[in-house]
Ligand binder design. Structure first.
Ligand code: NDP
Length: 446
């Protein structure tokens, strides 16, 4: 790569319409371009040109019968992006917005994230445009079985190990694991996020949210501060949002918002542990909408059609989806005194929003560093499965905490700028890149 502009023009021409993928690639190449110039061996071997093309992409038809015996059909995908440092690893997303470009962005990000964890995992991502919302358990099961009836050919404990993401939680992982086991006639750790009774790891459900808070603790430490007493806005109300809130409350911070795709709820004095129990039950068991909190919880207001970024806070935890913080939202956050961002979601801030945060010199952790706790603990689940053992809650939590501390150190090492400011975007991208790129150099032209 000689020139970022020309390189990106080529990426856009070869991957038409995949805007999220273009965005993710541009962010990485912009931050590693000076390093590539200083280290021509990577450019001579066309490493970045190779990294942006998936090693393999599988797209398949997923037909299934709904409860009325009507035939439904969705598209299934698995992007096997890079296996230089280990088997492909990354979640499955079930959401109507899913398309090739979104999954390629997620798979590309995953390569860097997994490299940062220090564990031997390559990068992949997959999913379907299937919408689990409003479907019965039987319909979800039938879809998952049909999805796995094709996917099973392409994955395996030493090849590709999927996990959950938006719309894929314990229920979906269970149905997919059951079908895989039936088709292969073997019990292996082919999926992570399994239930504890049949191969899952303690702390895996909590890991992305907890890990994001641990990373923010490390960032605050660089300024001699801690998290207790901080006012925090959280977006989303799914897996990542729930456990981010749980850890924040445990550490004495005040969580004032949750959201879903229809709007957000705000409780100025902070949600209590009892309130959080209600949210867990509402989202994980009843599968209801976040607006219901306003009716059930004292002092809680519902604001329809908006995101929580107008609420003043010290720390914001975007934990719903990509591009949920616009440039204007970023300006509002900074103007209202927010000075730490911990991205639980993948790429939740638009590029101009990231520039706002960096210009304001606030502590800004991009998703691939902040939310890597989920995949790290998936890696720990794989180790436990291979060793046919299980570690205690404390053991896994300690390992997770240490991994997050290590990721923070890598970001500081590669991201500290001349004026002392830690550019976590540059740090995460460079640290993630070097390990994968060196492995690719070692392994020749493959
Ligand atoms: P869940 O499905 O458990 O929850 C997703 C939450 O985000 C829901 O509240 C959902 O609301 C909201 N949401 C989804 N899409 C949109 C949208 N287009 N606009 C507004 N809100 C939306 O998913 P997770 O909590 O697992 O994932 C959240 C984010 O974290 C994603 O970006 C994911 O890639 C990332 N992540 C997840 C990891 C994990 O271990 N689960 C690991 C690393 C990153 P609604 O119910 O209305 O759809």
């Amino acid at each position: 790569m000689e020139n970022v502009k020309e390189f990106m023009a080529d990426v856009i021409r070869k991957n038409p319409g995949e805007i999220e993928f273009h965005q993710a690639v541009e962010e990485v190449v912009e931050s590693i371009a000076p390093f590539l110039k200083e280290n021509p061996r990577y450019t001579e071997a066309n490493i970045i040109e190779r990294m942006i093309i998936p090693e393999r992409t599988v797209i398949f038809r997923v037909p299934w019968l709904d409860d009325k015996q009507k035939v439904q059909v969705n598209t299934g995908y698995r992007i096997e992006m890079n296996s230089a440092i280990g088997p492909y690893k990354g979640g499955l997303r079930f959401h109507p917005s899913v398309n090739l470009g979104i999954l390629k962005f997620l798979a590309f990000e995953q390569v860097f994230k997994n490299s940062l964890t220090t564990l031997p995992m390559g990068g992949g991502k997959g999913g379907s445009d299937f919408d689990p919302k409003g479907k019965t358990d039987t319909e979800v099961m039938k879809f998952c079985q049909s999805f796995m009836s094709e996917l099973f050919r392409h994955i395996g404990q030493n090849t590709d190990v999927p996990a959950g993401d938006i719309g894929v939680g314990a229920r979906e992982i269970g149905f997919m694991f059951g079908q895989y086991k039936r088709l292969r006639n073997e019990f292996t750790g082919v999926l992570t996020g399994k239930a504890i009774g049949w191969g899952g790891s303690l702390i895996r459900p909590e890991a992305t949210g907890y890990g994001c808070v641990y990373f923010v603790q490390e960032m605050l430490r660089t300024r001699g501060e801690d998290i207790s007493g901080k006012v925090c806005t959280v977006s989303g109300s799914g897996n990542v949002a729930q456990y981010t809130a749980e850890k924040l409350m445990e550490l004495g911070a005040k969580v004032v918002t949750f959201s879903d795709s229809a709007g957000f709820v705000h409780k100025e004095e902070g949600f209590t542990k009892e309130d959080l129990k209600f949210v867990f039950e509402l989202k994980n068991v009843k599968r209801g909408r976040i607006s219901e909190c306003a009716k059930a919880l004292k002092g809680c207001k519902y604001i329809e059609g908006q995101r929580p970024w107008g609420i003043p806070c010290d720390i914001a935890f975007p934990s719903a989806t990509q591009n949920e913080i616009s440039e204007k939202d970023a300006e509002t956050l900074v103007k209202n005194g927010c000075y730490v961002i911990g991205e639980g979601a993948n790429m939740p801030t638009v590029p101009d929003g990231v520039k706002v945060f960096q210009k304001a010199r606030i502590l800004y952790a991009p998703g691939k560093a902040a939310n890597a706790g989920g995949v790290s603990t998936s890696g720990l689940e794989m180790s436990q499965n291979s060793m046919r053992t299980s570690w205690t809650r404390d053991e896994v939590d300690q390992k997770l905490r240490q991994i997050k501390i290590n990721i923070h150190e890598s970001c500081v090492k590669y991201g500290r700028e001349k004026d002392g400011y830690i550019n976590y975007v540059k740090g995460a991208n460079l640290a993630g890149f070097v390990k994968v790129a060196d492995a690719m150099l070692d392994q020749g032209v493959v």
